[in-house]
Write a protein that binds this ligand. Structure first.
Ligand code: TYD
Ligand code: MG
Length: 457
C-alpha cells in the first residue's frame, strides 16, 4: 500500500499547504489550517466502471461546436424548476442547504415521488426506511420508481449505483456519508470534500443529476468547506422561520440559471404546498386606518412580488433612539432616514424607528425604497395610506425619486392584484405607454412632491 499522504487545508477556502501555517495566504483567515489525509493517486474502483471511452478532446473552433438544445428535466414542482433555472440539468450536482427541520428531506422526497423518471435512488444516512415510509404516507404520495437506500458508506452506495443505474441520485445528507479512502470522521472537511468530488465525477461521467442535502452551521453557512460550494453547480438555500409555515428556496449559486429566483412554499400537514401567487400572502389583511404601512412593487429574479412594509415610529423615551429593521438592510434604512431628515425636514433623530417586511422576507431590491420612506412618514405623521396604492422607485441621497429596472412587470403585477394606483419615478416614464394600463400611474422626480401628493402636506 502506498504511503499515506497528508496535507494541510484551510477550512474556510480550501487552500492547501504542505505544512501548517497560521494565516491562510489566500483568504487571510487565521488558524484555519487542519491536517488531513489525502487519498492516494489510485482511482476508486467505481471510476473504471463508468469510464466512457470518450475520444480524446481537442481544441475546436467555436463555430464548429454544436450548441445543442439544453435539456431540462421538469419536476412536478414549478417553484423548484424556477429556482433551478427551468428544471434539472442532466449531469448537474445541486446542493440544498438549510437548518434542521426546515423541510429539506420533505422537499426532496416529495419531488422524487412526483418525478416522472425511472430508478430514482434516495440514499438516506439520517433516517430509517420506516421513517421515510411514514413521511411518504403523510405526504400521501407513492411511487414504484423511487428506491430508498439507508447507507452511509460511499463504496456501498457506489456498488448499488452500479447495480441500479439510477436516473437521479439524492444524498440525504452529504455530512453523513464517508469513504474508506480517507481516515477521518464523517462530516469532517476532508470526508465531505472527497465524497462530493467522487459524486461529482459520477454525475459528470454518467450525465446523472445528483442532489446533495447539506446541513448548515449555527452561523447559517453550509457546513463543510467553502470549496464544497465551489465544486457543485448549484447551491440552493432552504430558509424560513421554523415557527412560521412559509419556506423560501433561494439560489446562491447557479451555473445554469439566475441566482435571483425565489421559490415559495407553505409547510402544511401534508407536505409542502407551492405558493404560486406569493403577493397575496405577503400582503396582510388590514383595516384602512392603519398608519405606517406601504406596499412596494419589488422583483425577485423574474418574479414581481408586492411586498408590505410596516414601520413604527415613536418618540425615544430612553436615551439613544433605536433603529431596528427586519428583512431590510439596516444601513440602507439609516440612509433613507438621513434623506428624510435632511431633504424632507422630518425630525427623526429623536425617534425610535422599527421597520419590518411582512412575511419574513428579506428584500434588497432598491425599488422598495420609496415604499419604505412612505411607510416611515405615514407612521410619523399618523396618516394611513390607501390600501389600493403601491410604490416602485429608488431614492437617491438628494431626495430624488430614481428610476428602477423592469418597471412594466411591476406595474402589470400591481394591476393584476387589483391596485388602483402606483407611484413611480418620472425618469421611468420614457417609452412607457401609459394608456396600456388600467391602473393609474403617477410619476414624480422629487420625494417632497410625493409627500405633497399623498399626505396633503
Ligand atoms: P424535514 O424534511 O425532516 O426537515 P430537514 O430534512 O430539513 O431536517 O422536515 C421536518 C419538519 O417538517 C418537521 O418539523 C415536521 C414538518 N412536516 C410537516 O409539517 N408536514 C409534513 O407533511 C411533513 C412531512 C413534515
Ligand atoms: Mg432531513
Amino acid at each position: 500500500m502506498a504511503k499515506k499522504k497528508t496535507a494541510f487545508f484551510c477550512q474556510e477556502c480550501g487552500a492547501q499547504s504542505p505544512k501548517w501555517i497560521g494565516k491562510c495566504p489566500s483568504c487571510g483567515k487565521w488558524n484555519t489550517f487542519v491536517e488531513e489525509v489525502i487519498a492516494g493517486d489510485e482511482k476508486a474502483e467505481w471510476e473504471e466502471e463508468f469510464k466512457t471511452p470518450a475520444a480524446k478532446s481537442a481544441p475546436k473552433i467555436l463555430d464548429d461546436i454544436e450548441a445543442g438544445k439544453e435539456q431540462r428535466i421538469k419536476t412536478n414542482d414549478a417553484e423548484l424548476d424556477r429556482v433551478l433555472g427551468g428544471g434539472i440539468v442532466p449531469g448537474s450536482i445541486v446542493l440544498i442547504g438549510g437548518e434542521p427541520g426546515i423541510g429539506k428531506s420533505t422537499l426532496m422526497l416529495q419531488v422524487a415521488l412526483q418525478l416522472n423518471m425511472k430508478n430514482i435512488l434516495y440514499v438516506s444516512g439520517e433516517e430509517s426506511g420506516q421513517q421515510i415510509k411514514m413521511r411518504a404516507q403523510r405526504l400521501g404520495l407513492t411511487s414504484d420508481s423511487v428506491l430508498i437506500y439507508t447507507e452511509t458508506k460511499l463504496e456501498n452506495i457506489f456498488s448499488q449505483i452500479k447495480a441500479i443505474k439510477p436516473s437521479l441520485l439524492i444524498i440525504d445528507s452529504i455530512q453523513t456519508i464517508f469513504t474508506d479512502r480517507i481516515e477521518a470522521a464523517s462530516g469532517s472537511v476532508s470526508q465531505i470534500r472527497q465524497c462530493t468530488a467522487e459524486l461529482m465525477k459520477f454525475a459528470k461521467q454518467t450525465n446523472t443529476p445528483v442532489f446533495l442535502i447539506g446541513h448548515i452551521t449555527k452561523e447559517g453557512a453550509l457546513a463543510g468547506p467553502k470549496v464544497l460550494e465551489h465544486m457543485v453547480d448549484t447551491v440552493i438555500q432552504f430558509e424560513g422561520d421554523r415557527h412560521l409555515s412559509y419556506r423560501i428556496l433561494r439560489t446562491t449559486k447557479n451555473r445554469f440559471g439566475s441566482t435571483s429566483e425565489l421559490g415559495i412554499y407553505e409547510m402544511q400537514s401534508k407536505g409542502l404546498r407551492q405558493v404560486s401567487n406569493p403577493s397575496e400572502i405577503l400582503i396582510s389583511q388590514r383595516s384602512d386606518d392603519l398608519s405606517g404601512i406601504a406596499i412596494g412593487a419589488s422583483l425577485e429574479g423574474n418574479r414581481p412580488l408586492l411586498i408590505e412594509i410596516q414601520s413604527l415610529i415613536s418618540p425615544a423615551t430612553y436615551g439613544t433612539p433605536q433603529r431596528s429593521s427586519t428583512g431590510f438592510d439596516p444601513r440602507r434604512l439609516n440612509m433613507l432616514l438621513a434623506v428624510l431628515e435632511k431633504r424632507g425636514g422630518f425630525r427623526l433623530g429623536v425617534q425610535d424607528v422599527f421597520l419590518n417586511i411582512a412575511g419574513g422576507l428579506r428584500v434588497d431590491d432598491p425599488a422598495i425604497d420609496l415604499a419604505v420612506v412612505v411607510s416611515l412618514v405615514s407612521s410619523l405623521e399618523e396618516v394611513p395610506l390607501s390600501k389600493k396604492l403601491c410604490f416602485a422607485a429608488e431614492i437617491g441621497l438628494g431626495g430624488e425619486v430614481r428610476a428602477v429596472n423592469r418597471i412594466e412587470s411591476r406595474i402589470t403585477e400591481a394591476e393584476k392584484l387589483g391596485f388602483k394606483k402606483i407611484i413611480i419615478s418620472a425618469f421611468n416614464t420614457k417609452g412607457l405607454d401609459l394608456s396600456r394600463y388600467n391602473i393609474e400611474i403617477e410619476a414624480f422626480s422629487k420625494l417632497n412632491d410625493v409627500f405633497s401628493s399623498i399626505l396633503n402636506r
